[in-house]
Design a protein around this ligand. Structure first.
Ligand SMILES: [Zn+2]
Length: 365
């Protein structure tokens, strides 16, 4: 009996040990069976303004290169000049932040180097493809022509290893119709499928100068087969997005306020229009009053082809990686959804099919 008891206790002890060992194994197994979620670490920025991407470091380099005296040597003061203030309440206030960076890009060497440095900077942050946009007419204060500005920017692209293209912005505003017309004509002259100018856009104060005022310019662009995106539905409402689609925009800059019209939301899905959304920018310009109601996830859920971008990373103090982390943290964006967003970006890019194929491969690595 006691022997039996002894054998039984040994058996039980062995079982306990085995089960403990099994437990340990199970724990280890669990660890290895659940692969770490792989969030995006390579990015595509389709909506990035050159003058909004000038960091303090880049500003210093541009000033030194051109012998320009900076308004202050103080790092904190320089940061203040280049970034949006906390009390910025509207797109119009936000747009005032561009004066200083623009003053550093009024020569060919300044503009060329700015494109080069901005491209290198975003490449170091994980960006594998970017479309850098700028308005040639904003670089003519010291004698450069729009054409000089375009050539300088193209030269800047040649100095970086980042795969990138250029979008030429028209500007909303008074008395610049001829300048806008000139930009469209130059876009036609310099348009390539990849490696230079690939599209046009219109930027500036949308609420003050509505999209409806620019129909003729986009009709002209369309007749020249110039692809375009239009800033719309940011400071102005869904009607602005509707007009942009009607003109033939393949993409909408922001389009945040599309939710104001079911008809516009349907148009976006039916016509496969891409939205270039930029959360930090939209928060800072109050494109939506309450960020908890930011419509990005709703648009994604409806199958609208949303993309994630920075807009003005220097002014906003962000990077594209930070925009993705922000959306994960605040809106629960999943790794799977990030794949969809990046695939949308590839599809939306103004470039050739072979470059798109290459980008898809890089994203899978
Ligand atoms: Zn923009």
């Amino acid at each position: 009996m006691s022997k039996k008891y002894c054998v039984l206790s040994m058996f039980l002890a062995a079982c306990l040990l085995l089960s403990l060992a099994g437990c340990g194994k199970k724990k280890d197994k669990k660890k290895t069976d659940t692969p770490a979620v792989k969030y995006a670490d390579k990015y595509i920025d389709l909506h990035l303004h050159l003058d909004g991407a000038i960091t303090v470091d880049i500003a210093k380099k541009l000033a030194e290169l051109q012998g320009i005296e900076l308004p202050t040597e103080d790092e904190a003061e320089l940061t203040k000049l280049l970034t949006v203030s906390a009390d910025c309440k509207s797109l119009n206030d936000f747009l005032k932040c561009f004066d200083f960076p623009l003053s550093l890009m009024q020569t060919e060497e300044g503009l060329r180097e700015a494109v080069h440095l901005v491209a290198d900077n975003i490449k170091s942050q994980g960006v594998i493809y970017a479309e850098i946009r700028f308005a040639p007419q904003l670089h003519t204060n010291n004698g450069m022509t729009q054409e000089d500005a375009i050539k300088a920017a193209i030269d800047g692209l040649k100095e970086t290893d980042l795969k990138a293209n250029l979008i030429l912005c028209l500007m909303r505003g008074d008395g610049n119709h001829d300048a806008n017309l000139e930009t469209v004509e130059l876009a036609k002259k310099y348009l390539v499928e990849d490696g230079g100018v690939v599209a046009i856009d219109i930027a500036g104060a949308e609420a003050l100068y509505p999209t409806a005022d620019y129909r003729d310019l986009f009709e002209l662009a369309k007749s020249y087969n110039i692809p375009f995106t239009i800033h719309a539905g940011e400071a102005d409402g869904a009607e602005s997005v509707k007009l942009a689609i009607e003109y033939g925009a393949a993409r909408i800059g922001h389009g945040v306020r599309s939710y104001e019209s079911e008809e516009v939301l349907k148009l976006l899905t039916d016509k496969d229009i891409f939205l270039e959304m930029c959360p930090t920018s939209n928060r800072q310009t109050c494109a939506v009053e309450d960020m908890s109601k930011y419509p990005f996830m709703d648009y994604l859920g409806r199958g609208i082809k949303v993309t994630l971008n920075t807009d003005d990373m220097g002014i906003e103090g962000t990077t594209l990686a930070e925009e993705f982390r922000y959306m994960e943290k605040e809106f629960g964006l999943t790794a799977e959804q990030e794949k969809i967003i990046l695939e949308n970006s590839v599809e939306a890019a103004f470039t050739t099919d072979s470059v798109k194929e290459e980008l898809r491969k890089q994203l899978q690595d």
